[in-house]
Each structure stands twice: as C-alpha cells, then as structure tokens.
Design a protein around this ligand. Structure first.
Ligand code: RIB
Ligand code: CA
Length: 322
C-alpha cells in the first residue's frame, strides 16, 4: 500500500496485546501513517511474546516488511509487572495466527529507534501503547535527537481511576519512572488515558461489523474481541471491551476524532497506594505548575470505529494477500 506524501512518520512502541494488535493493523492499513517500524516492550506479556505477536500480526496484514525491534524486558526500576491475566498466556490468546517467517531486525529497540529517527527526513512521532520504558530510555540516552521527535502520543494513565490498581492504569503502573521522564522532557506529549479509551468500546454492533470484513482478517479481529471482551467482563464487569491502543493512531489519521485539554500531568512514583497514578490538573489548581501535556478528553466513537474498520478493510483488499 502506498502511503501519502503527507503521511506521518511513526514508530509504534507496543506490547501486543489484543488492542495493540488492532493498533498495528490500523497503522499499516492507513495511507496517512508511514510506519517506520514497531518496537516491543514487556507489558501485556513478556517482551519475547510481544515481539512474536507483533511479527505475526504484521504477517496477518501482509506487511512482514515492516521492521520489528525488540525492547525492554523490565521497567527502569524494579521487576516487570505483566498483564497476561488480561491477554492470556501468549499475550494474544484467541485465534491461532500463521507464524511469521520474519525475525526481529534488532534486540536493541532504543538503538534502532535512534537510527530510524536519525535517518528520517522528517521529525518522527513516537506512539507508545505499552509501558513507556523504551521511549524513556531513548529520551535519556539521545538528547541530540529530541528536535527530531515530533511528539510522544501515549496510551496511559487516566484523569479518573485506574484499572491495574484503584488509581493506576496498567501501562503507567508498569513503569511510572519512565512516564515521569517523558513528562519532564519538554517533548510534546499527548496522553490518551482510560478516561478517553473507555469511550472506544467494541460493542456487539462493532464486533458484528468486524465479522463482515472479508477474508480472515475480520474473523481474527472479531475473535480477538471475543477473548479480550471475556477478560473485561470477568475482571471489570464491562459488557464490551475498551479497545484502548488504536486511539493513539486514529487521532494521527483524523485529528478531529478527539477533543484535548492542555494540563499539568504528573505521575506518582512513591505513593504506597497510588504508585503509577497520573495526577491531571484539569482545573489549574496549581498555577505554578504549567501544562506539560495535552490530555485526551472526548472521542467521537462512531467515527473512530468507521476509521478503524475501513483501514482494516483496506488491508484485506491488498492483492498480495491473496
Ligand atoms: O490499560 C490499558 C493498556 O494496558 C493498553 O495499552 C493495554 O494493551 C495494556 O498495555
Ligand atoms: Ca498496550
């Protein structure tokens, strides 16, 4: 598929993970995204599984040429917290995917990111949909590259409650120090938290539209929602699963999908009960702390799903898939 001349250069750092997998399909299915590569991180599963899953999802989409670089197996500090309790033993339980014949191009995602940014003729957007460890390590290691990072768009945190703990969303809980690095870096940061992604529900109507997509992509994605939805019903009593991660890509394709608010955002790193919580000053109660992020507040869910499904449908129509 040819990307448009004005396509946004993107590196997607992720922990596939069912919703990360849909984000990958959206990124490769849209001509408005120039996906330079996928980097993987621990989170929903061990990084080895996340890497395997990323390769297999790209193969499913017929896009095995997209480079995959393996990244951090654990956070900046402490031990890895894993989300297999949501995504299953493989990290992407549900339909068995054809194994990709591709291998990771690197096991040093940070070095690979640095090279990709250096070689890009335009500033690169870093999209993080897992624990933001790789991005933080890049920011710390390569200050010379900051001017070539257009922005960091991350799925993480919340203006409300958490999901992994009462007040911490999983990605931020898994590496709060890493998010602290990003928020203090001065690089444009856009936060897509649970308050936004809980508006992106894969309702029965949406899943039915997935089943209608031709060939096996539709069935695979709908089956992913079956497994993911089962976890969300059992753990959080959701009737439909929130498909978090594609929101970060969708808004790069159609900026009108999300309403943002500039705000000061901090991440708690020391609270006994609140470690990993994002503190978002929506009411400017701390005038001495100026806004350091744009916070996603409202999603046009109908147009979000129209965009996601159209992009996946566009993939299925690729002749080289047949
Ligand atoms: O809390 C939701 C986030 O954690 C999503 O990115 C999901 O894939 C997991 O990584
Ligand atoms: Ca994720």
């Amino acid at each position: 598929m040819t990307t448009s001349a004005t396509a946004t250069p993107v590196i997607l750092d992720c922990d596939p993970g069912h919703d990360d997998a849909v984000a990958i399909l959206l990124a490769v299915g849209s001509p408005r995204i120039d996906l330079l590569g996928v980097t993987t991180v621990f989170g929903n599963c061990a990084v080895e599984n996340a890497t395997r899953n990323a390769l297999d999802v790209l193969a499913l989409a017929g896009r095995e040429e997209v480079p995959v670089a393996a990244g951090a197996a654990e956070p900046l500090q402490g031990a890895a917290v894993l989300g297999n309790y949501v995504h299953g033993a493989s990290g992407l339980d549900g339909p068995a995917l054809r194994r990709s014949t591709a291998s990771p191009v690197s096991t040093d995602a940070v070095a690979w990111m640095a090279d990709a940014i250096t070689e890009s003729d335009r500033p690169v957007t870093l999209v993080a949909t897992g624990p933001i460890t790789n991005v933080a390590r890049l920011i710390n290691a390569r200050r010379d590259l900051h001017p070539k990072i257009a922005e960091v768009v991350f799925m993480g945190g919340s203006t409300e409650r958490g999901n992994h703990t009462p007040y911490a969303e999983f990605n931020t809980y898994a590496d709060p120090e890493a998010l602290d690095v990003v928020l203090r870096s001065g690089i444009r940061a856009r936060m897509v938290g649970l308050n936004l992604t809980h508006q992106a529900l894969a309702t029965p109507t949406v899943v039915e539209r997935m089943w209608q997509l031709p060939r096996d992509l539709g069935e695979v994605v709908a089956s992913w929602m079956g497994f993911f939805g089962g976890s969300y019903r059992k753990i959080w009593n959701f009737s439909s699963p929130p498909v978090h991660d594609p929101c970060t890509i969708a808004v790069l394709i159609d900026p009108s999908l999300i309403v943002w608010q500039h705000a000061f955002v901090a991440v708690e790193t020391v609270g006994e009960f609140t470690r990993g919580a994002t503190v978002v000053d929506l009411d400017q109660r701390w005038p001495q702390r100026p806004a350091n992020a744009e916070v996603a507040m409202r999603l046009d869910a109908d147009r979000y799903w129209d965009l996601v499904l159209a992009a996946i449908g566009q993939l299925v129509l690729q002749p080289h898939l047949w």
